[in-house]
Structure formats: C-alpha cells, structure tokens
Design a protein around this ligand. Sequence first.
Ligand SMILES: Cc1cc2nc3c(=O)[nH]c(=O)nc-3n(C[C@H](O)[C@H](O)[C@H](O)COP(=O)(O)OP(=O)(O)OC[C@H]3O[C@@H](n4cnc5c(N)ncnc54)[C@H](O)[C@@H]3O)c2cc1C
Length: 359
Amino acid sequence: MESLNNTSLNTDVIIVGTGLAGLSIAETLLQNKISFICIDNQKLNASSVSSGIYNPIIFKRYSIAWNSDKILLDSLLFYQKIGEKLNMNINFSMPIIKFFNTSQEQNQWAIASEKNRLSNFMQSKIYNEAKSYLVDNNGYGKLKNVGKIDTNKLIREYTKWLETENIFLKTEFDYSKLVLNNKNIKYGNITAKHIIFCEGHLVKKNPFFNWLPLIPCKGEILHIETNDLPNDSILKSSIYLSPIKNGLFWAGSNFNWKFKNISPTLLGKKYLESEINKKFNISYKIKKHSAHIRPTVIDRKPLVGTHPKYKNVHIINGLGTRGVTLAPWVAKELVNYIYNKKSILPEININRFNFEVKT
Ligand SMILES: Cc1cc2nc3c(=O)[nH]c(=O)nc-3n(C[C@H](O)[C@H](O)[C@H](O)COP(=O)(O)OP(=O)(O)OC[C@H]3O[C@@H](n4cnc5c(N)ncnc54)[C@H](O)[C@@H]3O)c2cc1C
C-alpha cells in the first residue's frame, strides 16, 4: 500500500472510491468538520464517463423519477458550493429538447405537462418549427429547470484539491488488509473510526457488501465533433446529444445488462452511430468512444447504510442512472445517520434486503 508519508495517520473516516458518491461523502464530512482520507485507484469511473444530466422526468411514462424533483435543488446547491470553492463553473443549466416520433407522443406530452409536479419541468408548448439538423420533424417539447453538471471536470478538479490537501491516496484498496475491531479501523498506517465504501459497480469485489443485489448496467458513449448542432440545449431522441464545449458533443447511451467486460465494443459504437444517423442530419467526426457501468438496483433506489455485523463499516452505492441528483442527498443521509443518530430513509437503507453475512 502506498502511504501518505511514513508516519501513522489518525482520521475519522476512510472513504474508498471518489466518484460522485465518494466525493459527496467527502464534501459532506468537510462541511461537518469531520476529518477523512480518500482512497481511489484512479481508473476510469462511471461518474467521469457520465453526461452529468439532471432531469427528474422519466420519458417512457412521463412520470417523476423517485424523489428526484424534491432533492434536485439541494443537489444543485451542493455542486454550486463546490464550484465556488474550486473557482470553476460546473453547472450548465439548459433546456432538454425531447423530439417526438409520432403525433400521439405530442398528445401524451400535452396531457403530462399539465400535471402538478411535472409542470415544474415540462413546458406545455409543443414546438413544430423545422430544425435544419433533423431528418424529419414530428414536433418536440422542452424541459425547463434541467441541465448538466460537468462531472468529468468535477471529479478531476476535486481529486486535485484532495491531493493538495494531502487527504488522497492513489492506490487499489486491499480488503484483506483491513483490520476491524469495536473501537476503530486500521488500514496500513491509517487508523480511523469509520470506513465508507463508495466503489460503484466494483462493490462486487468487496467481501463486506458483495451480497447486495447490485445490477451492473453497461453504457457506451461517443464524443462527436460537429458544427451542425446547437451548443445551448441538450437534445433527446432515443439517445441524448449533450454539448461538452463548442462543437463537441456527448452522445449516449445504450443499456446493456449482459456484457463480458467494461471495454467499448464495435456493436455499441454501431448502435450509437445508427441512432444519431436515424434522427440527425449532421456531419460529424467521432473523437472518443468510452464505456462504463451504472450501479443499478432492482427497485431503482440507492443502497445506503451500515454493515449488519460491523457497525463502523458503511456503504453508499446503487446511484443507478441518476448519480448527479442522488449522490449529495444520500451522502447527507449517511453522515446524519452516523454522526447525528438520524435514521436512514427505509426505502434506501440496505437493511431492506435480506442479507447473508459472509464476512
Ligand atoms: C454511460 C453512462 C451515462 C450516465 N449518464 C448519467 C447522467 O447523465 N446523469 C446522471 O445523473 N447519472 C448518469 N450516469 C450514472 C452515474 O454516472 C452513476 O450513477 C454514478 O457515477 C455512480 O457513482 P459512484 O461514485 O457510485 O461510482 P463511480 O463513479 O464508478 O466511482 C467509484 C470509484 O471507486 C473506485 N474504486 C472502486 N473499488 C476500488 C478499490 N478497491 N480501490 C480503489 N478504488 C476503488 C473506482 O475506481 C471509482 O473511481 C451515467 C452512467 C453511465 C455509465
């Protein structure tokens, strides 16, 4: 194990994994003046591959994703504070344009947009003006109060900040070296009171939590360069096209539950290209092709809580397709539970699953 220096280190919390979940825990602990150290292997993570879109609307049913609208504003405030601290803009509020395939979809949109909670995000107006970049026009609707967090920049800059604060270890966490007792936790030269695992889909390798019913869902994405798309809106057909910077767009994604490995595939690339070509009349160059794994759960709710046997071993996972919106909120729930004895919402508590304790 790499060490910060050769002397021993006492801290309150060890955080394993600094994707959106680990970063949110770190920042929440910091706000509560609780000390911590982060460990991450700095391999490509889901949070950096993500488009970072925040949008509480589920298009299939025109419903609100569980709890998303209630927690969104707090999450955006959380990112805004980090942006201010690190002197960078990471929140890009912009409309999402949802293209319709049929006139029936226009009716569904019109009805849904009148409903109470949905109307906070769905404009009732249906647009029919032709767009030069569309193959055919069946009209479109617009979402408001939505946008994207530049998660790639967020993770990169936050990690740099952790490094300058000397509270970041770039190393693979070795579970066999963790020594637990009632009073504290020892990992190499680090002694802590708690450990919080935030490993995304890699939790499957964690002997303390590999019994949780996490369903890994692979997604592939492209970065495409084109001058034919607007830079001020996120476009949604079967996939999203989301501006990264002038002339560069994030295109994705597919949902694959039966995959062999984490690598991008030719099949995934062909799928994304065909979905772009079907709907958009644009010329573009592919600049990048990546893939990663969404940590999803059968009931589509996060996994938050404490190991049934080891009371100082905790987890945040299962952020699924909505890590941006959920991460700050679940981090607060866990920190409040550990330090303020507030109970975790039963819907997200890992104790909703029957566990077979293996360690
Ligand atoms: C293609 C794609 C598109 C997405 N789009 C969106 C979107 O638009 N909006 C949205 O809200 N969500 C989106 N998501 C989902 C979102 O990215 C995830 O919910 C979120 O990133 C999960 O964060 P996490 O911190 O749990 O996991 P991760 O980001 O994967 O982070 C886990 C970290 O733990 C580290 N780690 C694990 N095990 C160890 C170990 N033993 N030692 C050291 N380090 C370890 C990993 O290397 C990694 O850095 C998307 C996901 C994908 C794949």
